[in-house]
Design a protein around this ligand. Structure first.
Ligand SMILES: Nc1nc2c(ncn2[C@@H]2O[C@H](COP(=O)(O)OP(=O)(O)OP(=O)(O)O)[C@@H](O)[C@H]2O)c(=O)[nH]1
Ligand SMILES: [Mg+2]
Ligand SMILES: [Zn+2]
Length: 302
């Protein structure tokens, strides 16, 4: 039995990276039958055990426990866990300063997704050749997030980003068209990832990247390219834990004198006092409330 790491999933084939090269795994009949209609038995990033077959092929036997996972809710009513990537150390939330304009509510959700999946998060604001980075990013810096200001065309900001990526596994996530694949190509041209030319993007909502795929950085470490996911439901985020996924609120929220305070309308809330005092940014607190209300709406509709 041998182990490898899933780098790509195409239909029911799992491509795994091993010290001896890439191997394509299929499912055993037993696993296939037991998983009918359920989630795939492994996600990109998973460490798996497999039974080698003819050269370059094998059968997937077992998925090892995950250290981290980046998840979203899927299925018609969001009742299923969709694991986008397993075992990544870091999430890079990618946005553009123009075309498309940045959506900070989507940024907040992406960060909550990463924080709740136990990943270290940072932000890249791309296309700074088209418009300056928005001022509100200062609030994210104050919260402790690293913010890379990049241009995939001129290469601005890429050396810093490349240094930060080295030696870790990082998922790039963000809306379609912000330049995730372009940034990866600028870092490593040999990957030659497909990027969306404007002429090809006539069909609104069309994603250029359609698979989640992991690539090895030449100096060590991995990056994962994902398709832009416009609307996604959060998975596994409990209302009571939400404030802990906003790093600048975490400690204050834990010390709030009402144990079950949601930091919304409760009198004497320590988080709200910090917002009024300017130590927690109003925009970030609004982002918190937005997700809180969304989670509450979901909880009451079940
Ligand atoms: N002006 C400018 N255009 C950029 C920059 N980065 C990417 N683009 C352009 O933006 C478009 C979309 O880039 P992609 O890399 O395909 O975007 P993506 O985030 O991978 O999109 P999906 O795969 O659909 O999620 C392409 O036409 C790129 O050439 C940049 O820094 N500046
Ligand atoms: Mg792409
Ligand atoms: Zn409170």
């Amino acid at each position: 039995m041998v182990t490898g790491r899933v780098v790509r999933i195409v239909a029911n084939k799992f491509v795994v990276e091993t010290p001896g090269g890439l191997v394509e795994l299929s499912l055993t009949n037993k696993i296939r039958r037991s998983r009918e209609g359920a989630n795939k038995p492994a996600a990109v990033g998973d460490e798996v055990e497999f039974e080698p077959g003819t050269i370059g092929e094998g059968k997937l036997l077992r998925t090892l426990p995950r250290r981290t996972k980046l998840c979203r809710a899927k299925g018609a009513t969001g009742q299923l866990e969709g694991v986008l990537v397993a075992n990544a150390d870091r999430l890079l939330a990618v946005f553009s300063s123009r075309a498309p304009d940045p959506d900070f509510r989507a940024l907040d959700r992406a960060l909550v997704m990463g924080e709740s999946g136990r990943m270290e998060c940072a932000i890249a604001i791309n296309k700074i050749d088209l418009a300056p980075p928005p001022d509100v990013l200062q609030d994210y810096r104050r919260a402790g997030y690293r913010v890379f200001e990049t241009c995939a065309i001129t290469g601005k900001g890429l050396p810093e980003m490349r240094d930060w990526l080295a030696g870790r596994t990082t998922v790039l996530m963000g809306p379609s068209g912000v330049g995730k694949s372009s940034l990866l190509n600028a870092i490593e041209p040999s990957w030659n990832l497909k990027t969306g030319e404007l002429s090809e993007r006539i069909d609104e909502g069309k994603h250029t990247t359609t698979w989640v795929a992991m690539f090895a950085l030449p100096g060590g470490g991995h990056v994962v390219d994902t398709p832009g996911i416009e609307v996604f439901g959060l998975w596994g985020v409990e209302i009571a834990d939400l404030a802990a996924y906003f790093p600048e609120m975490r400690e204050i929220a834990a010390g709030c004198k009402f144990g079950n305070c949601l930091h919304e309308t409760e009198p004497g809330c320590a988080v709200k006092a910090e917002v009024q005092g300017g130590r927690i940014a109003g925009a970030r607190y609004e982002g918190y409330l937005h997700i809180l209300r969304e989670l509450r709406g979901k909880a009451s509709s079940v």
